[in-house]
Each structure stands twice: as structure tokens, then as C-alpha cells.
Design a protein around this ligand. Structure first.
Ligand code: ARG
Length: 458
């Protein structure tokens, strides 16, 4: 047991209490940001004359030696220490003696951990953004190649109107673009430095908080010392964004699972991203998509868990807040991993364009266009809707699609139908005539792709 606070105690901490209280097993991953924070802190202390330059230099090179030894595997962060902060201070003092004991001047573990979590969250949010960008590039590649790959669009999972694969993927492009926007927003809002808030009430030393904020890449110091140590909003925002990303990937996964069924057969997932069955030799299962869908609940759980942890906490720091770490780390790791594997899965997935097109030709996806055809001939839309409804009924009766009906059969339903109907309800016409902003027609889709490309290159 190595702890920073023995003086006031007569007896040792009970071992089970010590273990229950300790966070080193999971906060050890904060080591780099913790040391970065300490560096900025001692530089500032020396600049302000609170620490001698000699002490500063001893501390800085001591911290360097810890970083090097950790990297080289010469030392290890063990459960002998209560948390990552205690580890650094203890090892530093072991190495450099007296100056090590001055490191914590004008600082509390409360502003220290608040800083560490911000630095770590900032780094991770930037990493998530890079992964999303790579995913968007893969989605855009597929869009570029498939502006004329026709497929059915669905509502209620019932065939609705024909679209293209580029158009369908374009929807996911927008969702994930918004997620990047959310990351950018939270990164901007959170970029204030809590270091110098002390335990909760600042400190009597003449700290230069602007200096440490700048040194650590923050826009400014936080404005209220109590809020600084009590705030985990930025982490909640990140967890919400991760949850939304997972929700998007989960919907995408669900579609891929459906598209990959024998019944649909729209896609074939690469062998490298599929798994087999221990008993059924014919099986090739979409496990990656299922796991992405499955892990979504776990990331939502982290968000709900931290919201619940925070809801009853009086100001300022409370030990409950230590519970932010394990769940948030789990959510970050899982979400990033899901984005990465999902990208690999869709970049290697093959599309069975013939099956997509023939599916789009079935199920009356051109019924709206048949009604629009009648409107073009002067029929009011509501009447056209009824006429085509009757036509669909007749088609079902004869087991035919609209374009398989003879002109005689069509005229029996409405005399307005003519030979040009066939061209008007062809798959190509149905898609290519949809040219409103955001629609699938290749005329507008190509512009959308160009815009998406500019966005990614910006
Ligand atoms: N391990 C603690 C945490 O994660 C560090 C802060 C401890 N502060 C304290 N006053 N006990 O929140």
C-alpha cells in the first residue's frame, strides 16, 4: 500500500477497503496525460517562483526517466499504488528525493484527475474522428462506383420506391458526418483547462493558470474552480456521441445482416469478415455486423451509467466520480474498435447488383411513378392514386408486374394509359427522374458526391 495521505491516520487502511478504493488497475492508462499535466504544472511553478529552477529540472528529468523506463518495460505500474497519480509521485520521489515531494504544490488530485480525464477524452475524441473519416472515405468510394446501381428503397421494410446504392450509402454518410460535427462541437466546448482549481477553491499560491492552459493546448483556463473539479459534462457529451455513432453503425449493421440473408442476397461479406458454424457446414455468418449491433447496448449503458452517477452529487468532487473511468474507457475502446472493424467489413463487401436491380423491379416500387404518369396526362393525383391501386390489385391477381401488363389490360383499368407508360415506369426512369435536391437521380447524386468529397478534403 503506497498512499499519499498517511499523516492524519493512526492505523493502516483495511486491505479490502484499500482495494475497493484503489483505481490504479484502470486509471493507469492515464499515465501519459498525467505526466504531461505534471510537466506543465512544474514549469509554471518555477516560472512563478514557487519552485526553484533546480527543483523543476530535477522533476522534469525524473518524469522523463519514468516515461522511458515504462516504455522500455523496465518498470511496471502495479497495484501497490492507490492510483496513477500516487504512482508517479512515489516513483519520482524514490528517484530524485526532496524535489519529488514538491511536485504536488498548489495542486490537488481533484484538479489533477479532472485535467487527466479532459486530456485523455480530447485525445480519444480526436482518434474517433480520424476513424470516422476513414469510414466516410470508404462509404464515399462505394457511392462513386454505384450512382447507377439500382435497388429498392424501403419504408416499414416494405419495398417503397427505387433508389440507388449510392443514394442509400449517402444517408449513412450524412449520419456519420453529423457525428463528426458532434465531436468537433464537444472538442471545442471542452477545451478549457481545470488545472489550478485545486481541491475545489483554487489555491493561495500565485499560479498562472493561463500559462498551464496554453502549455497543454487548451483555449483558456476554466472559469469556476468548483465547477472545474465537479464537471464531467464533456465526458457525457462524448459518450452521447459514441452512443449515436453506435446507433448509426447498428442500423447499418442490421441492414447488412438483412442484405446478407439467402432471401435478399444483395451482398456478400468477405470471408475475412465472416465466421462459420461448428455444426452447420454451409454457414457463413455476419458476426461482425451482429457484434457491432450487440455492442451498441453496452455503449448506451456507459452513458446511462455516468448520467446516473452524476445526478445526485453535491458540489464539488465526490469519490463517486472515480466510476466515470472503467465504463467510459470500455465505451471508447469498443466504439473505436467497432468503427474500425466495420470499415474493414464494408470495404471488402461485394454487392450483387443483379439481385438488387431485380428486387427493385418486383414489389411495385414503380407504382408512384405510374400515378405520376397519369398526373402528367392531366389526371388529379388522388384519382391517379386510386387507379394505380386498382392496377396493382389486377397485377397481383395475374401475378405480373406493372410493366408486364399488356396495353389492353392497362386500358381496362384506365383509358389514359398508353404505350409510353412502359418507358415511364422503367427502373431507370423512376430513379433518373428524381432530381430534387437530395434525391437519387444521378444528375443530383453526382453533385452530392462532389460536395461530400470537398467536405472530406477540407
Ligand atoms: N482516483 C480518483 C478518481 O479517479 C482521483 C481523485 C482522487 N481525489 C480524492 N479526493 N480522493 O477520481
Amino acid at each position: 500500500m503506497a498512499q499519499l495521505w498517511g499523516g492524519r491516520f493512526k492505523d493502516n487502511t483495511d486491505q479490502e477497503v484499500y482495494d475497493f478504493n484503489a483505481s490504479i488497475s484502470f486509471d493507469k492508462r492515464l499515465i501519459d496525460v498525467d505526466i504531461a499535466g505534471s510537466r506543465a504544472h512544474v514549469k509554471m511553478l518555477a516560472k512563478q517562483g514557487i519552485l526553484t529552477e533546480k527543483d523543476r529540472d530535477a522533476i522534469l528529468s525524473g518524469l522523463d526517466s519514468i516515461v522511458n523506463d515504462l516504455k522500455a518495460g523496465r518498470i511496471e505500474i502495479t497495484t501497490e499504488y492507490e492510483d496513477v497519480h500516487s504512482f508517479v509521485e512515489a516513483v519520482l520521489t524514490e528517484r530524485i528525493g526532496e524535489p519529488g515531494k514538491r511536485l504536488h504544490t498548489g495542486r490537488s488530485r481533484n484538479d489533477q484527475v479532472a485535467l487527466d480525464m479532459r486530456l485523455y477524452t480530447r485525445e480519444r475524441a480526436q482518434g474517433t474522428d480520424r476513424l470516422l473519416k476513414t469510414l466516410l472515405e470508404s462509404i464515399l468510394d462505394t457511392m462513386k462506383e454505384n450512382t447507377e446501381t439500382y435497388m429498392p428503397g424501403f419504408t416499414h421494410l416494405q419495398k417503397a420506391q427505387p433508389i440507388t446504392l449510392a443514394h442509400h450509402y449517402g444517408a449513412y454518410f450524412e449520419m456519420l458526418r453529423r457525428d463528426r460535427g458532434r465531436l468537433a462541437d464537444l472538442l471545442k466546448r471542452m477545451n478549457e483547462c481545470p488545472l489550478g482549481a485545486g481541491a475545489l477553491a483554487g489555491t493561495t499560491y500565485p499560479l498562472d493558470r493561463d500559462f498551464t492552459a496554453k502549455e497543454l493546448g487548451f483555449d483558456r483556463p476554466t472559469r469556476n474552480s468548483i465547477d472545474s473539479v465537479a464537471d464531467r459534462d464533456y465526458l457525457l457529451e462524448y459518450l452521447f456521441t459514441l452512443s449515436t455513432i453506435m446507433m448509426h453503425l447498428s442500423r447499418f449493421s442490421e441492414e447488412i445482416i438483412i442484405w446478407n440473408t439467402n432471401e435478399y442476397g444483395f451482398v456478400e461479406i468477405d470471408d475475412a469478415f465472416s465466421t462459420g458454424s461448428s455444426i452447420m457446414p454451409q454457414k457463413k455468418n455476419p458476426d461482425i455486423a451482429e457484434l457491432v449491433r450487440g455492442k451498441t447496448g453496452r455503449v448506451y449503458g456507459a452513458l446511462m451509467s455516468l448520467l446516473t452517477t452524476m445526478k445526485g452529487l453535491p458540489l464539488a468532487y465526490n469519490k463517486d466520480m472515480q466510476e466515470d473511468k472503467e465504463i467510459a474507457f470500455d465505451a471508447m475502446d469498443n466504439c473505436d474498435n467497432c468503427i474500425h472493424l466495420f470499415t474493414g467489413m464494408i470495404s471488402t463487401m461485394k454487392f450483387r447488383k443483379d439481385r438488387m436491380a431485380s428486387s427493385a423491379m418486383k414489389g411495385f416500387t414503380n407504382a408512384t411513378d405510374a400515378a405520376d404518369y397519369l398526373v402528367g396526362k392531366g389526371v388529379a393525383f388522388r384519382d391517379a392514386h386510386r387507379i394505380v391501386g386498382e392496377l396493382v390489385l389486377a397485377c397481383i391477381d395475374k401475378n405480373k408486374s406493372i410493366e408486364e401488363m399488356s396495353l389492353d389490360e392497362l386500358k381496362k383499368i384506365s383509358p389514359v394509359f398508353d404505350n409510353d407508360l412502359y418507358e415511364a415506369v422503367s427502373l431507370k426512369t423512376c430513379v433518373e427522374k428524381r432530381l430534387t435536391t437530395g434525391a437519387p437521380g444521378s444528375g443530383v447524386m453526382k453533385k452530392a458526391i462532389e460536395e461530400a468529397e470537398n467536405y472530406l478534403n477540407a
